[in-house]
Ligand binder design. Structure first.
Ligand code: MEV
Length: 462
């Protein structure tokens, strides 16, 4: 079990501290003040001042974040281009006592704003602590129909140390050299619908700082032949499992001095998501709103993490919320626990220049640390959603930001945009709802007024 590690040397953090001392700032909290109101250039300057970005990074981002077009060809087949997702930074996060700028690649309008706003609330009223439990990933080897499960299991388990040694010697030697490798083998029995028996061998391995998909798949495929020889049974398939309940990440948020009524309402909202799968699905989507953008920004496999989190949410046979919030005396306490299997090496994490930059920005020293950041942001994102849902509702925050998208969607030009936005904000305030149709109508009115203005002295927009 690893726990928050405050003694790790973080070169980026050292750079940050130097940068802060040089420019005489107290902390990142000061530097993050008014961040969302800055222009893009000012944001870059701030992040460079903080040591979160280098001048090189800024040049790269300003040039569109594309260093080498041919890179895509080495990632996938039949390349025709890139799909651009905006990348921003969530601010105000203090995780395990460390101030940290969170890179997030995401298209949904309000996610970064909500994360930053809620993180500020948490930093002012409490704290975020994270930890990990277990470090083994799981590979599965299926024998669809065993003639006798008992004798199959007995044969595999009696020779498991040899199988482990074989896999470590012939396949996972690189991992072993880094302190990881295959650690354990177990066998599970599943009863088939036809009454027969299915055997599943679980191979458990420590992938160190890699996500480990490739290596565990290789290990399982390698073990297929020895297992068949040993047992006389036929292996059907080999693949990793994304339900990695042997490698869990936990985040805990504690808030003090809250309005007790609000705290109680958040507790009730959490109970709703715990009890009702319909609500749990949406609650968990909101949690993943915080996690997926970090996974994308750091080049991690977000589909794998999604699959693992949702499967874990169903571990007792009912799909439940992956977070719990409860009132404990004066405190509101939130907990997230699920598998977040990520890598800081391997896959595209180090090959993709933006992913490499995002990892640098986070200043994480290990895959476990990256998973803890993800868990913390997911939990804070969930808190932001629950706070909004139990107070003003979700529309207010979402729609204010959504107005920008509607304005673009309606086709407003640069001059028209502020006018349309202002009018849409008024409509939102009055009616509590807003749609693309509103934006189109407002734009039509503005254009009609402008044409009428052009026709008369003075001008409608003057
Ligand atoms: C929207 O992207 C996410 C929420 O629906 C999450 C939730 O309901 O908890 C607001």
């Amino acid at each position: 079990m690893s726990t928050p590690n405050s003694t790790n040397v973080d070169p980026k953090a050292a750079r940050r501290r130097n940068a802060q001392e040089e420019i005489g700032h107290g902390s990142e909290a000061d530097m993050m003040k008014g961040f969302s109101k800055l222009t893009r250039d000012e944001r870059f300057a701030r992040l460079v001042d903080m040591g979160a970005l280098s001048e090189e990074d800024v040049k790269f981002l300003k040039s569109g974040g594309l260093r080498d077009f041919t890179l895509a060809e080495s990632f996938i087949e039949n390349v025709i281009g890139y799909f651009q997702i905006p990348m921003g930074v969530a601010t105000n996060f203090v995780i395990d006592g460390r101030e940290i700028v969170i890179p997030m690649a995401v298209e949904e309008t309000s996610i970064i704003a909500a994360a930053s706003k809620t993180a500020k609330w948490v930093r002012e009223n409490g704290e975020i602590r994270t930890s990990t439990r277990g470090d083994l990933i799981i590979g599965q080897i299926q024998v669809a129909k065993v003639s006798s499960y008992e004798s199959f299991a007995e044969r595999v388990m009696s020779r498991k140390d040899e199988l482990i040694a074989l896999a470590n010697r012939d396949v996972a030697h690189g991992l072993v050299a880094r302190g990881g490798g295959v650690r354990e083998i177990s066998v599970r029995r599943l009863v088939r619908p036809d009454g027969g028996e299915m055997a599943v061998v679980h191979v458990l391995a420590d992938p160190c700082d890699a996500m480990g998909a490739n290596i565990i798949n290789q290990v399982c495929e390698y073990l297929k032949a020895p297992i068949e020889t040993l047992t006389g049974e036929r292996v059907t398939m080999c693949i990793l499992s994304n339900l990695v309940d042997t490698k869990l990440t936990r985040a805990e948020v504690r808030l003090r001095g809250l309005d007790q009524d609000l705290a109680k309402r958040i507790e009730e909202a959490s109970l709703f998501a715990w009890m009702d799968p319909y609500r749990a699905a949406t609650n968990n989507k909101g949690v993943m709103n915080g996690i997926d953008p970090i996974l994308i920004a750091t080049g991690n496999d977000w589909r794998a993490v999604e699959a693992g989190v949702h499967a874990y949410a169903n571990r007792d046979g009912q799909y439940r919320s992956i977070t719990r919030w409860s009132v404990e005396g004066e405190e509101l306490v939130g907990v997230f626990e699920a598998p977040i299997v990520v890598g800081t090496v391997g896959g595209v994490t180090r090959l993709h220049p933006t992913a490499r930059m995002a990892l640098e920005m986070l200043g994480v020293n290990s895959a476990a640390e990256l998973s803890r950041v993800c868990a913390a942001v997911g939990l804070v994102q969930n808190l932001g959603a629950l706070k909004a849902l139990t107070t003003v509702g979700i529309i207010e925050g979402h729609m204010k930001l959504h107005i920008r998208n509607l304005t673009i969607g309606a086709g407003a030009n640069e001059v028209e945009t502020p006018l349309v936005q202002k009018r849409l904000e008024e409509i939102l305030l009055l009616t509590k709802r807003i749609s693309l149709q509103n934006a189109i109508e407002v734009l039509r009115e503005i254009r009609t007024a402008a044409r009428a203005g052009e026709a008369s002295p003075g001008g409608a927009l003057s």
